[in-house]
Design a protein around this ligand. Structure first.
Ligand code: C2E
Ligand code: MG
Ligand code: MG
Ligand code: MG
Length: 279
């Protein structure tokens, strides 16, 4: 295709590809010292129960404020970190920082569940289970207050290895959520082999609720299946009251999204959601 566009097409293709490679290498270089440089921060997005309106959990989302450059979009540097293997170090940092924050909030009277995203690259590490255990020990967080979010992609490759590790982690009391549920091209059979507690309905199915008939059907089907498998369901990317009302009426357990709050710094999160229970 590039060839058909002729000599100039090739040149354009080359220089845009070169720019992309350069950008990628620049991010990779920048990442290398970003942990020691203290350039990462966790933001927290509340998860609300639709049964009683209470904030029951928070998802930790990493942010990178690059000195002199500003915020780097999370998905962008996560992708680079996964390709370079840096995600292992970053993921362990996230795990510890999130557990420490949740343990801290627990000590001040709010025992929230903390959800941490785990990359399939982390899951592949031989010492992954040990890393989870040491984050719990170091922070003093009770295991049942930690939830690991894993995408379906983890169950396509290395299935047996991943299943074994997740069973070990479950034995420790840690909870397990399937992130971006419904988008992963994987079969559903892993749901009966894995100790999953919660499905996170991907925001692409929530965006056009309640008017899109296809999305209504998909969300209802997920809720029905989850009820039969005894799984909890949380919808992500909930932005409007209409979406919230549809999900409540259909029996969805929890929601996360801008309608409740965007992800917040730890200080803002505490100010907004933890103080309420003390007054
Ligand atoms: P995710 O785990 O599916 O996280 C949800 C994303 O949706 C977050 O983007 C969040 O800020 C955004 N979001 C929340 N509410 C709404 C809403 O109402 N509407 C819309 N349109 N978006 C909403 P974010 O923070 O940019 O993270 C993007 C992705 O990067 C995450 O998707 C996750 O896959 C990955 N990620 C973030 N932090 C980590 C981490 O610590 N480790 C790993 N491995 N991946 C991470
Ligand atoms: Mg997530
Ligand atoms: Mg998600
Ligand atoms: Mg995602």
């Amino acid at each position: 295709r590039a060839k058909a566009s002729g000599r100039n097409g090739w040149q354009f293709f080359d220089s845009s590809m070169a720019r992309q490679v350069e950008h990628r290498m620049d991010l990779e270089t920048g990442l290398r010292h970003a942990i020691e440089g203290g350039e990462f921060q966790l933001f927290y997005q509340p998860q609300r129960s639709l049964a009683d309106g209470r904030i029951v959990g928070a998802e930790a989302l990493v942010r990178w404020d690059r000195p002199g450059r500003g915020m780097v979009p999370t998905q962008e540097f996560i992708n680079v970190a996964e390709e370079s293997g840096f995600i292992v170090a970053l993921g362990n940092w996230v795990l510890r920082a999130a557990c420490c924050q949740a343990a801290d909030w627990g000590r001040t009277g709010l025992p929230l569940r903390i959800a941490v995203n785990v990359s399939v690259v982390q899951l592949r590490q031989a010492d992954f289970v040990d890393q989870v255990r040491s984050a719990l020990v170091l922070s003093g967080l009770p295991p049942h207050r930690l939830e690991l979010e894993i995408t379906e992609g983890a169950f396509v490759a290395d299935t047996l290895d991943a299943i074994g590790k997740l069973h070990l982690i479950k034995t420790m009391g840690v909870e397990l959520a399937v992130d971006d549920f419904g988008t992963g091209y994987s079969s559903l059979s892993y749901l009966k082999q894995l100790p999953v507690d919660r499905l996170k309905v991907d925001q692409s199915f929530v965006r056009d609720l309640p008017r899109n008939a296809g999305d209504r059907a998909i969300v209802r089907a997920i809720l029905a299946m989850a009820a039969n498998l005894n799984l909890q369901v949380i919808a992500e990317g909930v932005e409007s009251e209409e979406q919230l009302e549809f999900l409540r009426a259909e029996g969805c357990h929890e929601i996360q999204g801008f309608v409740v709050s965007p992800p917040l710094s730890a200080a803002s999160f505490a100010e907004r959601f933890l103080a309420i229970d003390h007054v």
